[in-house]
Write a protein that binds this ligand. Sequence first.
Ligand code: KG4
Ligand code: ZN
Length: 332
Amino acid sequence: MTLVLGIETSCDETAASVTRDGREVLSNTVYSQIALHEVYGGVVPEIASRKHIDKIIYVIDAAIKDAGIDKSELDAVAVTYNPGLVGALLVGVSAAKALAYGLGKPLVPVNHIQGHIAANYIAHPELEPPFVCLVASGGHSHILHVKDYHDFEILGATTDDAAGEAFDKVARVLGLGYPGGPKLNKLAEGGDPQAIQFPRPHNGFDFSFSGLKTAVINYVHNAEQKGGEINKADIAASFQQAVVDVLVGNTVSAAKSVGCPAVALAGGVAANTALRSALKNAAEADSMRFYCPPMELCTDNGAMISCAGYLNYVAGMRADLSLNAEPQLKIV
Ligand code: KG4
Ligand code: ZN
């Protein structure tokens, strides 16, 4: 039995979790900073870092207590060290180093994207590579061929904005506030996804959301200048449909191109109800298996880091006390 503590502070959630053998969640504590950043309309990195410092010890203690274990029973301390906000990452990395050193336990580095993918292993203990995974979140959007637990090939990616970033920006234009993704998702439920034909730019398995975002902004400004009423629910539903069409079309085509019979979804945007059902339907229509974590494991959490940390631990990956926070994206 292997108990791994996972620590996640890459953006605006202070999170920690203990898992057993990488697939069983014993605790999953998340302190969300959303309310704190809401007034600014987005994440303020300096505020995020300071709040992580305030909360990290309490969140780690709660995760260990909820798991019903003593910290001396941990086999390893895993932590997200890239990619993310550098000041935010540093808090988790520093806490993990101190704990690992103090307990005399191995320190295991985890890539945040690898963590998002690993949320699927928790939700579906039978899932094993190979599969194709669409990872769509606030900072990154990739279609990955997960050939093995540590062997990833990028099949497609955004050439500009991440999917979550586009959701957040369009939500802001519609006056929905932060975080925009879930609010836009809710509003879209009452709208007509065919009401407005927004562009669906993609090139091969790559895609782009910057032009789509601009098209929505122009549509809203033009309507406002003409003094007409805008139907926000129709705009939200039509924008969401454009994003979903591109992501689903490209993911299924990419999976077919590598002959992969299984498709998974991960990252904060995987909480989007329209994306979840569209990708499930499209994959299953092509006789592919479909996997998706429950909502609470899609957005940032400690359990996915603990699970990925377990995989890294059994693969022999270790960090020493020189481990540093790295803001830049690295997957393969
Ligand atoms: O993975 P995540 O929690 O943080 C990053 O690693 O970036 O993803 C956060 C992103 C935000 O952009 C948020 O608006 C988006 O995921 N998101 C959603 C939904 N829930 C969260 N986007 C669309 N629909 C949702 N229901
Ligand atoms: Zn994330």
